[in-house]
Design a protein around this ligand. Sequence first.
Ligand code: HEM
Ligand SMILES: *[C@@H]1O[C@H](CO)[C@@H](O)[C@H](O)[C@H]1NC(C)=O
Ligand SMILES: *[C@@H]1O[C@H](CO)[C@@H](O)[C@H](O)[C@H]1NC(C)=O
Length: 316
Amino acid sequence: MAMAYLVSLFMVMEMIAISRFGFGVDGLRMDYYMMSCPLAEFIVKNTVNRALQDDPTLAAALVRMHFHDCFIEGCDGSVLIDSTKDNKAEKDSPGNLSLRGYEVIDDAKEQLEEQCPDIVSCADIVAMAARDAVFWAGGPVYDIPKGRRDGRRSKIEDTINLPFPSFNTSQLIQAFGRRGFSAQEMVALSGAHTLGVARCSSFKSRLSNADPTLDSDFAKILSQTCSAGDNAVQRFDFTPNTFDNYYFNTLIRRNGLLFSDQQLYATPRTRAIVNGYAMNQAMFFFDFQQAMVKMGTLDVKEGPNGEVRENCRKIN
Ligand code: HEM
Ligand SMILES: *[C@@H]1O[C@H](CO)[C@@H](O)[C@H](O)[C@H]1NC(C)=O
Ligand SMILES: *[C@@H]1O[C@H](CO)[C@@H](O)[C@H](O)[C@H]1NC(C)=O
């Protein structure tokens, strides 16, 4: 009874969410490729599903790629550009911090170029792939508007605009606030850390500085991980390939992996949101999908401000 009510409430809310974005945010549209490349969504989903069957850890990589793309220069595929002899691209920054999954995007792009050349942007492929990865890993299903155009700039120095794992709550709220996100949306988006891993280099300073927000038994596990070197990885929660709300429960146990993760629980301002998501997965899923759709519209390029790249790694 209560379940049925929740499900129907969820569906109504989803309809509202979809209709709100139905008629283009910044000229984006749900049905953007309906006439020009009707199989676009299908091809991306199939490619992602096949890649994730071979390597489930790529779900995390694809979700993170979309985040990095959008937070630097807007969602314009700039994260995909390879460096050239005249230009050091975003990819080569220390902030690239082990981004992976580029071949999945290349694979989808190749098929799309065969089906409908010069139509589907790399930025849209990244956005769709992230969405499909979330669903594949057990997260919410949602529709996203499309029509992003690819950018022509990718500079290593722009990656300074990514949030750092050393950020405290005020810095996190500020970094996301600058892009129009509320504290609640920032916490929901951080829930993407239900997927994947981080390298020792991203959290080892918590060990040497004896971070008081870190559980002491968990600190021992992290020290053990780091004994294998800076590139040794630790999962964010017990289910790194499953999209669930377990991440928020780890924060309550002070087992947050990054300093920035644990900050969300350490500060009263965001603790209540963490508690809410830890108790109610449906609420987390709903807020997450809304925030992802919003993130996917950050500074998108239209018309002559962008292009549809032929090869996602190179400006046309
Ligand atoms: C709140 C601020 C955030 C900070 C400071 C942050 C920082 C980081 C760091 C340091 C790593 C580990 C990188 C490494 O050591 O290799 C990581 C991984 C990851 N991040 Fe974030 N992140 C943030 C928000 C987000 C958001 C908004 C998303 C997506 C919506 C996201 C998705 C991911 C995923 C999925 C991984 C795992 C990647 C993998 O396993 O390959 N993060 N993040
Ligand atoms: C960033 O990516 C480049 C290649 O794409 C790689 O050579 C470099 O080591 C990476 N940097 C870090 C810190 O992971
Ligand atoms: C967060 O970090 C900034 C920069 O280091 C610092 O100025 C600020 O006081 C910190 N805020 C809190 C609440 O600790």
